[in-house]
Ligand binder design. Structure first.
Ligand code: UT7
Length: 316
């Protein structure tokens, strides 16, 4: 994973908008988040996380067949950040594409990569979730600016004959909810103009209440459906890695599934919502702490802009 060193605390936010540490902690569980320094971009965080993932996988960049970058905050509208990353890594045998599925981006990208591995088209794929959300955060909107942070996580998936890996996935979307969470400006619908900038249209707009209700519903449904399909029960899980959008959502789902805290990693308290990076960062932290081990049964579920949601079951 890669995290910028600069920390923004809730106390810092108290100086910027009408909010309190108590409100932010009790409503979201967030205590601090990271902010990338000016001059750096998503590709910088992606590169750092990717080099670490390649080292952990004992692979050379030239071994990669494909690079998938999940992000809603690419360096540029075009070219794709995955191409910038491919050049930086000198992974010249790899194809490269970005994937935009909101905070579900990492689940989507891992599921796409899984198909290329399964059908034999690729041997090694780099999958990255990276966000620099502080660049699209409206620092005058207390409803959103307290939530988001910057970071990246990367994994390498490889073909293997061992009896483990991704064995189930679920990808869902409902575009009718597109307006509940969006950055309205900067695309073909509303190109950048003096007016769009003065209307703050290039920042995230979110209906938090509606997203909250949607999230609780789809996370539970996705989990129960995926487990039932494989005739598994919640207690069979060694880990449930949830998208980190709000500690209340995580705790609600954890309690519904009657899972102990140590099976449901949390990084939102320290990092805020890093969108498509929350899950790969959690993976990194659990592996480095020696908790996530080979053979563990892991479920991952995310939800976000689109609206999108989805999950994976993995035998680690
Ligand atoms: O990654 C996927 C995308 N994002 C999410 O999943 C986010 C999902 N939604 C949420 O996490 C929650 O809805 C929020 C944390 C965004 C908001 O929490 P809430 O409990 O739903 O609060 P609310 O929006 O209903 O607002 C309650 C009150 C309002 O005041 P009034 O109208 O009751 O007087 C807000 O104006 O809290 C006020 N408020 C704040 N007060 C202090 C909103 N933001 C703040 C703030 N500090 N930062």
């Amino acid at each position: 994973m890669a995290l910028p060193p600069k920390i923004i605390t809730n106390k810092d936010l108290e100086e910027m908008v009408e909010t309190t540490d108590e409100w932010i902690v009790s409503r979201t569980g967030i205590r601090e988040r990271r902010k990338l320094e000016e001059g750096l971009s998503a590709a910088d965080l992606a590169e750092k996380a990717s080099l670490e993932a390649l080292e952990a996988a004992s692979l050379d960049p030239s071994d990669l067949d494909l690079i998938l970058v999940a992000t809603v905050t690419p360096d540029y509208p075009t070219p794709a950040t995955s191409c910038l990353l491919q050049a930086r890594l000198s992974a010249l045998n790899a194809g490269a594409m970005d994937l935009s599925a909101g905070c579900t981006g990492f689940i989507y990208a891992l599921s796409v990569g899984h198909q290329f591995i399964k059908n034999g088209a690729c041997k090694n794929i780099l999958v990255v979730g990276v966000e620099v959300l502080t660049r699209v955060t409206d620092w005058e909107d207390r409803g959103t600016c307290v939530l988001f942070g910057d970071g990246a996580g990367a994994v390498v998936i490889s073909a293997s004959r061992e009896d483990r890996g991704i064995f189930s996935f679920s990808l869902k979307a409902d575009g009718r909810g597109a307006e509940l969470l969006m950055v309205p400006g900067g695309g073909s619908a509303m190109p950048a103009s003096l007016e769009s900038i003065s209307n703050r249209a290039h920042f995230i707009k979110m209906n938090g209440n509606e997203i909250f209700k949607f999230a609780v519903r789809v996370v539970e449904d996705t989990l129960f459906e995926m487990l039932a399909e494989k005739e598994l029960k919640p207690e069979d899980l060694d880990f449930l890695i949830l998208h980190q959008a709000n500690l209340r959502i995580i705790e609600h789902v954890r309690k519904r599934l009657k899972l102990p805290k140590e099976k449901v990693p949390v990084n939102i308290d320290r990092l805020g919502n890093t969108s498509s990076a929350t899950i790969p960062i959690a993976i990194h932290e659990e592996i480095r702490a020696g908790r996530l081990r080979q053979g563990d049964l892991v479920a991952m579920v995310a939800f976000g802009a689109g609206l999108t949601w989805g999950g994976l079951l993995i035998k680690w």
